[in-house]
Design a binder for this molecule. Structure first.
Ligand SMILES: Cc1cc2nc3c(=O)[nH]c(=O)nc-3n(C[C@H](O)[C@H](O)[C@H](O)COP(=O)(O)O)c2cc1C
Length: 251
C-alpha cells in the first residue's frame, strides 16, 4: 500500500509560532552593519534551501541563485550602483534630495557575499500551469524565494540587503545572464553586529509604516468594515505591538 502522502497541519506550539513571527518582525533590510566574516557553506546552503522551497506558479521553480563571492565582481557591481544612485538622487529635490544622499543604500563590498536571484521564464516550457493569463507570475514566484531566504537568513543571524538601484542591463552583462533570464534580486548577505529595530527609512523619517485602515478594504476597493467588525482594530493593535517591541526580545 502507498504510504499516506498527506501530513498533519496542526498549528505550531506557542514557542514555535513566536519564533516564526519574531523572524518576520525583526527581519530588516541591512546595508551598513555587515561583518566581514565569511558565511559558512552549510549556513548558506540552509538559507538557499529555504529559498528553493518557496511556492511557484505551476511549480515551475523559475529561480536560479548566483553566488557572487569575487570582490572584484562586487566592486564592479558597486560601480554600477553608484552611477544609478547618482541618477536616482536627482529625482528628489531640496531637503528630500539631501536626505536621500545621506542614506547608505547597499552593502555590496562590505558584505562577504552577494547573491543574484534570477527568473527563467522558460524553466518549465512555454505553457505553465497558472501563468497563462498573467505572465508576471513567474517573477512573483521568484520574489517568494527571495522572501523565504530573507526570513531564513534572519534566523541564522545573517543580514540581507536588497540592492535595486542598478541597471538590470549592467547585471545581465556582468553576470553573463542568457537573454531570456531576468535578474530579479541583487542581495548582499553577511553576519551583522546589530540591526535597526524598525525600518531604517522609518527611523530616519523618510516614510512611516501605514496603518491598518490604510491597507485594508472589505468586499472591494475602498469598502469599509461592517459595523461591529474588529479586524481593523485588531490588526492596528498588532502593528502597535510590533512597534513597541513585540517580537524583538533578545535582539
Ligand atoms: C524590491 C525591493 C527593493 C529594494 N531595494 C533597496 C535598495 O536598492 N536599497 C536599499 O537600501 N533598500 C532597498 N530595499 C529595502 C527597503 O528599503 C526596505 O525593505 C524597507 O525600507 C522596509 O525596511 P525593512 O526591510 O528593514 O523592514 C528594497 C526592498 C525591496 C522589497
Amino acid at each position: 500500500m502507498e504510504p499516506c502522502a498527506l501530513a498533519p497541519t496542526a498549528a505550531f506550539s506557542t514557542a514555535e509560532r513566536e519564533a516564526v513571527y519574531r523572524a518576520i518582525f525583526t527581519r530588516r533590510d541591512v546595508r551598513s552593519q555587515f561583518l566581514p566574516d565569511p558565511v559558512p557553506d552549510e549556513v548558506l546552503a540552509r538559507v538557499l534551501t529555504a529559498a528553493h522551497h518557496a511556492p511557484s506558479v505551476g511549480f515551475m521553480q523559475p529561480w536560479s541563485f548566483l553566488v557572487l563571492r569575487s570582490l572584484a565582481l562586487r566592486q564592479r557591481l558597486h560601480g554600477h550602483f553608484l552611477k544609478a544612485n547618482a541618477e536616482a538622487a536627482t529625482l528628489f529635490a531640496g531637503e528630500r534630495g539631501d536626505k536621500y544622499r545621506s542614506f547608505k543604500l547597499e552593502g555590496l563590498v562590505e558584505a562577504p557575499v552577494a547573491l543574484c536571484i534570477t527568473c527563467d521564464p522558460d524553466r518549465a516550457g512555454p505553457v505553465v500551469l497558472g501563468r497563462t493569463h498573467d505572465p508576471a507570475m513567474d517573477r512573483y514566484s521568484t520574489v517568494c524565494a527571495v522572501q523565504n531566504l530573507w526570513l531564513a537568513a534572519r534566523t541564522e543571524g545573517l543580514g540581507v540587503g536588497w540592492v535595486s538601484i542598478i541597471e538590470p542591463k549592467a547585471l545581465v552583462a556582468e553576470l553573463g545572464l542568457p537573454e531570456r533570464v531576468v535578474p530579479v534580486a541583487l542581495l548582499c548577505l553577511g553576519f551583522v553586529r546589530e540591526a535597526w529595530r524598525e525600518p531604517e527609512l522609518a527611523a530616519k523619517g523618510w516614510r512611516k509604516r501605514l496603518d491598518a485602515a490604510e491597507v485594508l478594504h472589505f468586499d472591494g476597493w475602498g469598502g469599509a468594515e461592517t459595523a461591529g467588525g474588529s479586524l481593523t482594530a485588531a490588526m492596528q493593535a498588532g502593528i502597535e505591538a510590533v512597534k513597541n517591541g513585540a517580537g524583538q526580545a533578545g535582539m
